[in-house]
Design a protein around this ligand. Structure first.
Ligand SMILES: Nc1ncnc2c1ncn2[C@@H]1O[C@H](COP(=O)(O)OP(=O)(O)OP(=O)(O)O)[C@@H](O)[C@H]1O
Length: 417
């Protein structure tokens, strides 16, 4: 168990990181993420004592790390930096054997156990076939696997990885991170990650840093949220759930949403997958969304559920009853903007939706992307629903950028009422 308590550290007498407090349980894998310059490497340097701590304390199994002698520290903490300069042509086997030095007395002969541990470390990192090659003559990715093998040969209690797999191809990234994750209870792992999806898949807990401070800490699902990524990285990201592992899957979106939309209360009436994209974009932008009426068989419902958007539901093909209309009405009344997409609507529901939306036409925006067209939106190509909504005098937009402008305008109008 490693405890970092109120740690502050920096360079030239100036603190770069401060108030850093977190615990890493025995065997846990902790991921440190955050934008460039947020202090991730500085934190690892402070934990490994490469950098002096200006205040706070790091303890390992109850002992302060500053009480460890150099050799004991080297036996206890293994470090895998992002890049390691190798100017001397030691063999790969020699480099990995260096991981055993802190375990040996001075001038002691190599122990058969040392050779066994070195061989095992090279085998799990898939570098055993390179054992006799000079380390200067292998690829950057191979060299990184050798450095990881050296750290494993150290048999440390804590392993610190500073973007240790950044230079590896995806196959070796996954392979090495799997090895690190599976090191078992005896080794606590703390790794800096730029790849949020690798952090999500491999880490038990994630620490999100920004400007030298911890902004969020928790499970991948607690930390990798659209809000945190928007606030700390300044990106619009779609967060889905990996259907196999159940972990968050982050997809940064190249299309931004104006920051002014943050906090806008929007009700989205959609169906047949016409609203899912908007739900992701508007949620990522920090809008407060409600949606419905949707059937649980609709892909828009799946998106709403994944995003935690309150949704009014009815069974597939069921009519919209007066009770459902009332529930919808109260969601509509709470919203600044009502977006209606060009969607398939069952005949029986046309009058209801028309009545409920036209009463609020000044806040209604009809979103009809060109590819959707105005026809075939209802069974038998009946476009009377959309035509009626349109003729009611609501705004009609055909691109996401004009939709965002319209939302901004309607929020302003609402604020001035
Ligand atoms: N040796 C140093 N002397 C002075 N300032 C430094 C030194 N190393 C890093 N810094 C500064 O400390 C801050 C944090 O740097 P650090 O390398 O810890 O960030 P990081 O989150 O690891 O960044 P990146 O994602 O770009 O690797 C930066 O502003 C950086 O310029």
């Amino acid at each position: 168990m490693i405890n970092v308590d109120d740690l502050c550290a920096g360079y030239g007498g100036k603190d770069i990181i401060g108030d850093i407090t977190f615990a890493a349980g025995k065997g846990a894998f902790i991921g440190i993420i955050g934008p460039n310059g947020s202090g991730k490497t500085t934190l690892l340097k402070a934990i490994s004592r490469v950098l002096d701590i200006s205040s706070g304390v790091v303890t390992l199994e109850g002992r302060t790390l500053t009480d460890f002698g150099q050799k004991e520290l080297a036996r206890t903490v293994g470090v895998v930096p992002q890049e390691t300069a190798m100017n001397f042509s030691y063999t790969v086997g020699d480099i990995v054997m260096m991981g055993r030095f802190p375990h040996k007395e001075r001038f002691a002969k190599d122990d058969p156990d040392d050779y066994r541990i070195v061989r095992e470390a090279m085998e799990v990192t898939n570098v055993a076939h390179l054992a006799d090659r000079p380390v200067t003559d292998i690829s950057g990715g191979e060299r990184q696997r050798v450095i990881i093998a050296r750290a494993l040969a150290q048999q440390p209690k804590v392993i610190l990885l500073d973007e240790a797999t950044a230079h590896l191809d995806i196959n070796h990234q996954v392979e090495i991170l799997s090895i690190v994750r599976d090191l078992g209870e005896s080794v606590t792992k703390i790794g800096v990650f730029h790849d949020l999806n690798l952090a999500s898949e491999f880490c038990d807990r994630i620490v999100l840093m920004s400007e030298g401070r911890i902004r969020a800490i928790g499970t991948p699902a607690e930390v990798l949220t659209m809000g945190h990524l928007r606030d700390e990285y300044g990106i619009t990201a779609m967060i889905q759930t990996n259907p196999i592992t159940g972990r968050p899957l982050v997809t940064p979106l190249s299309e931004g949403v104006p920051p002014a939309l943050r906090g806008a209360r929007i009700h989205l009436i959609s169906g047949g997958g016409t609203g899912a994209g908007l739900m992701y974009m508007l949620s990522a932008a920090g809008c407060i969304l409600t949606t419905g009426v949707l059937s649980p068989m609709d892909s828009d419902y799946t998106a709403a559920k994944q995003l935690g958007i309150p949704c009014i539901t009815v069974p597939a093909f069921a009519p919209i009853t007066p009770a459902v209309c009332d529930a919808l009405g109260s969601y509509l009344d709470e919203s600044d903007v009502i977006i209606l997409t060009a969607m398939p609507v069952g005949e029986g529901n046309l009058p209801n939706i028309r009545a409920i939306t036209s009463a609020r036409r000044s806040r209604l925006v009809l979103y009809v992307p060109p590819e959707e067209g105005f026809t075939d939106c209802t069974p038998a190509g009946d476009n009377s629903f959309l035509a009626a909504i349109r003729s009611a005098g609501c705004s009609v937009v055909s691109s996401r950028s004009s939709l965002y402008s319209e939302i901004e305008r309607l929020v302003l109008v609402r604020e001035h009422l």
